[in-house]
Write a protein that binds this ligand. Structure first.
Ligand code: C5P
Length: 238
């Protein structure tokens, strides 16, 4: 059984590329993230196909709108039977609470399992300088914890955050809270456009429950070997 703490980001444009990568990774990876790049170009068929392969799916569409619109959008996405959905925490407490409550109510009504709902705190590509440019005065780490606490209070299941802030969130929101961390870079691998990064083992040690990994696996010469290396490092942190 693959370690489902690893979620591989399918930031691809075509169905063929998805089938190729998922085929190459085979039984080593069970959990995939479908983001806007893939969903907007290929559509819901890719989610349906992943389900036929018995894969779990984090549908990363980062909803951000008024409460009623986000709640309605999430209930529509629930039709796809994915495991995790997300919203931007900066949409505010009312938006998050309305979204979480509506999703649970709709799942009860349909008699289906409710997908986990998690919130984006601050994008991992944003560094302190860029953050200050946006006019925010709190340090990014403080803002991340503030948004995570708000998401927790609104009844969300977890957050997406940088591995560097995972321990602060774990302390503030408890053991059961999901913390999915992108910005994972094994030693010696390209940093790309990510700023607040950590190695796989360090992210887990810091309190991450799930690692979202894209380019270090997707862009590797041998993706399966790259995934297995990451999984081996993860296994040192049960
Ligand atoms: O290629 P890389 O490992 O950097 O991919 C990270 C993935 O996580 C991308 O799909 C990106 O959209 C997503 N993500 C992120 N930072 C966030 C939320 C999501 O990098 N805060």
């Amino acid at each position: 059984m693959a370690d489902e703490r690893l979620i591989v980001a399918l930031d691809l444009h075509t169905f063929d590329d998805v089938k190729k990568l998922v085929g190459e990774l085979g039984s080593s990876v069970n959990f995939y993230k479908v983001g806007m790049e893939l969903f907007y170009s290929v559509g819901a068929g890719v989610v349906e196909w992943l389900k036929t392969q018995d894969k779990k799916i984090f549908l990363d569409l980062k909803l951000h709108d008024i409460p009623n619109t986000v709640a309605g959008g999430l209930c529509s996405l629930m039709n796809l039977g994915v495991d995790i959905l997300n919203v931007h925490a900066s949409g505010g407490f009312t938006m998050m609470k309305t979204a979480a409550d509506s999703l649970r109510k709709e799942a009860d009504k349909r008699g289906v399992e409710c997908p986990k709902l998690i919130a984006i705190t601050v994008l991992t590509s944003i560094n302190d300088e860029e953050w200050a440019d946006l006019g925010f005065t709190l340090k990014t780490a403080n803002q991340v914890v503030r948004l995570a606490k708000l998401a927790h209070k609104a009844g969300l299941d977890g957050v997406v955050a940088s591995p560097q802030e995972a321990h602060l969130i774990r302390d503030a929101c408890g053991e059961k809270f999901l913390i999915a961390t992108p910005g994972i870079r094994p030693a010696g691998v390209d940093v790309d456009d990510q700023s607040r990064i950590a190695t796989p083992a360090a992210a887990l040690l810091n309190g991450a429950s799930h690692l979202v990994v894209g380019r270090p696996i997707r862009a590797a010469k041998n993706p399966r070997e790259a995934a297995e290396k990451i999984l081996a490092e993860m296994s040192t942190q049960p």
